[in-house]
Design a protein around this ligand. Structure first.
Ligand code: ADP
Ligand code: MG
Length: 413
């Protein structure tokens, strides 16, 4: 997972980081220069204060100050993500020129370097940005490399080695920060999804409950009417079928966010598959679809809720049939998997699923069909999860879809 730096929370964090960075930069810079030019000369043998000479001299402070003013201006203008690069490039340009002017064509021994360079590399992880980290390390090394070449000195080797070591430590910190942020954001996404499900689930359960009662009276009266006048018309069986369809949609709706307790017992997956295929056969025949089943005889009984598992495979076969309006073939295979699991795969050669839709599968109400409810895969996923199982969907547009359901043989709740 990649960190999306444009998220509002992360923009806020970046703002905090850049402010902290500026403060620490300023304080480090001032303390180091006071120590070097005032404190050491004043309290050691020299006894005379050594002012910065050569290069830009005092103008260096003016340039750094000017750079900070522009940075604050950029922050105020909300150019948050560019500020750190601006500081990096402008500081090292000033520093390079200053050092170059100081040592070029002089016999002075090269002794350059400022503590803030280490600070740049060491604090790079606070921006949690790999690109910035690499650019910072390269800029600092490049500065010493260019100075070494132009001033013909080997004294740059030590700072370069030091920067490489500090970069290693810094990279380690950066990787920790990145993985921390990635797991925090995924927890946040998960929570948001769960919250949405809980609200929808409560609503669906309440509405479902209210619809159920009138629906069962309606079905009862329709059946009664049909029995009373069996030869009047053909609409009664259709009406009863449609009422059953509403009932199954309501049942699916009531599943959202509210998984039901399972009735786990020793169940034969072969029987479940044979049953679901026989139920779906009529629908498949009508569309010119053949269903091929390959059952491995070695597959033992599994701990599962028979009724719910039937629902899983009815949903999956229904989807496969609906993906092939012009006919085709469905292959169902059941085999042992890793010794203690079984894998049931359902493969069709239908329309396939768009890549960007794959991640939405199983979300309530996600459907690409005009008359779809988008509840089938949600219920399927929930039931499989309740069985501590997993499912995987592989699909290629125009070629077909393969769904693998993996269930444990032993599964005590
Ligand atoms: P519904 O079938 O009511 O649309 P589902 O939750 O069962 O809802 O499926 C969601 C979506 O997933 C479908 O609308 C379809 O786009 C896609 N889908 C699921 N199974 C398949 C499949 N075997 N082939 C192609 N698309 C599928
Ligand atoms: Mg479906």
């Amino acid at each position: 997972m990649k960190i999306d730096s444009k998220r509002p929370e992360l923009i806020f964090e970046e703002k905090k980081a850049i402010k902290l960075f500026l403060w620490i930069f300023l304080v480090t810079y001032i303390i180091y220069d006071l120590y070097w030019y005032l404190f050491i000369p004043a309290y050691t043998h020299a006894k005379t204060i050594k002012f910065p000479d050569g290069g830009f001299g005092y103008w260096r402070y003016f340039l750094i100050f000017f750079m900070l003013v522009i940075s604050i201006f950029l922050i105020k203008k909300d150019k948050i993500f560019g500020v750190k690069y601006f500081i990096l490039i402008s500081y090292f340009s000033i520093d390079f020129l200053d050092t170059f002017l100081k040592y070029f064509h002089t016999s002075k021994e090269f002794a350059s370097g400022h503590i803030v360079e280490l600070f740049f590399v060491l604090f790079a992880p606070i921006f949690v940005n790999k690109k910035y980290f690499w650019i910072t390390s390269l800029v600092v090394i490049l500065k010493y490399f260019l100075l070494g070449v132009t001033l013909h000195t080997k004294m740059v080797i030590f700072p370069i080695v030091l920067i490489i070591v500090i970069s290693g430590i810094s990279y380690f910190l950066l990787m920790r920060f990145c993985s921390y942020i990635v797991s925090l954001t995924s927890v946040y996404e998960e929570l948001k999804k769960k919250e949405k499900l809980a609200v929808v689930g409560q609503m669906a359960a309440a509405i479902g409950h209210e619809i159920r009662n009138p629906l069962s009276s309606l079905k009862g009266f329709t059946q009664f009417q049909h029995e009373q006048y069996p030869n009047t018309n053909d609409f009664y069986p259709i009406m009863i079928d449609e009422i059953d369809r509403i009932d199954s949609i309501v049942t699916d709706l009531m599943y959202i966010g509210k998984p039901k307790a399972l009735m786990i017992e020793k169940t034969s997956i072969q029987e479940i598959i044979t049953y679901t295929v026989s139920v779906s056969k009529q629908h498949a025949d009508r569309q010119g679809i053949s269903i091929e089943v390959k059952l491995d005889d070695q597959v033992p009984l599994i701990d599962g809720d028979e009724k719910r598992l039937k629902q899983v495979f009815i949903n999956l076969i229904k989807n496969a049939i609906e993906a092939m309006p012009d006919g085709g073939k469905i292959k169902i295979k059941v085999h042992l998997f890793q010794g203690n699991q079984i894998c049931i795969s359902i493969e069709d050669d239908g329309c396939g699923i768009e890549k960007e839709n794959i991640k939405s599968l199983g979300e309530p109400f996600f459907s690409t069909k005009t008359d779809g409810t988008g509840l089938g895969l949600m219920v399927t996923k929930q039931i499989i999860m309740d069985h501590n199982g997993s499912f995987k969907i592989q699909s290629e547009i125009g070629k077909g879809t393969k769904v693998d359901v993996i269930l444990s043989i032993i599964n005590k709740q």
